[in-house]
Design a protein around this ligand. Structure first.
Ligand code: SF4
Length: 211
């Protein structure tokens, strides 16, 4: 184990001790619901998505159902979420491909998930890690990107490069939880505006902002 990996292991231990119940904040009952919720969550809050999805999933609980209507019929169900017109197109196209090409079942592998409209590595990692229990990568959202830099885990700024650095530093089994932990710390302590730098022992021990 390198010195950087040793430090990463210590950070992980501190974070999981602080946030033992960290988990995906999106509400879902199956891989299809998580896939749709994650597509909807781009540049939107999880809270806002969670408010909209119960009615959406009640009306269209399966890929078959969602594919059977037009995007215009989906729009009113998600109109409270930013970029809803484009997202309606993405969830409709994804549902249609799942129905036509994957037998109505959300694929459980990165290659096929990336074929779905509106799905890049981040969304695929969310679905694989949380709905299928597969650690194929690290979800890098705005919190993870910010915290990875501040904790000195990467010097990169592009999500794909940050993800690669994190994958080198942390054991594969920890990748999904690592993202939940960093998101939680980002939401509770290292807020975008008004970071509570003095309030956390983890910050004192690991953040490069603390001298
Ligand atoms: S010390 Fe401040 S900037 Fe650093 S991780 Fe903590 S809250 Fe964020």
């Amino acid at each position: 184990m390198t010195k950087k990996q040793q430090r990463a292991a210590e950070l992980y231990k501190a974070l999981i001790t602080q946030y033992p119940d960290a988990h995906c904040a999106l509400h879902y009952n199956n891989p299809f619901e998580l896939l749709v919720a994650t597509i909807l969550s781009a540049q939107a809050t999880d809270v806002g998505v969670n408010k909209a999805t119960p009615a959406l999933f009640k009306k269209h609980p399966t890929p078959q159902s969602m594919a059977s209507v037009t995007t215009e019929e989906l729009e009113p169900l998600i109109s409270t979420i930013g970029l809803f017109r484009n997202k309606a197109k993405s969830i409709h196209a994804s549902a249609t491909m799942i129905e036509n090409d994957f037998g109505g079942v959300v694929p459980a592998n990165m290659k096929d998930l990336l074929k779905l409209r509106g799905v890049a590595r981040k969304t695929a990692n969310v679905v694989l890690g949380n709905a299928f229990g597969k650690n194929e990568g690290v979800v890098v959202d705005t919190h993870v990107g910010r915290l990875a830099g501040r904790f000195g885990l990467t010097k990169e700024t592009k999500p794909e490069k940050i993800e690669k650095d994190l994958m080198k530093l942390f054991p594969q089994d920890d990748w999904t939880m690592l993202s939940h932990l960093l998101v939680r710390h980002g939401r509770e302590v290292c807020k975008k505006r008004g970071a509570l730098c003095d309030s956390s022992e983890i910050c004192q021990a690991f953040c490069s902002n603390v001298s």
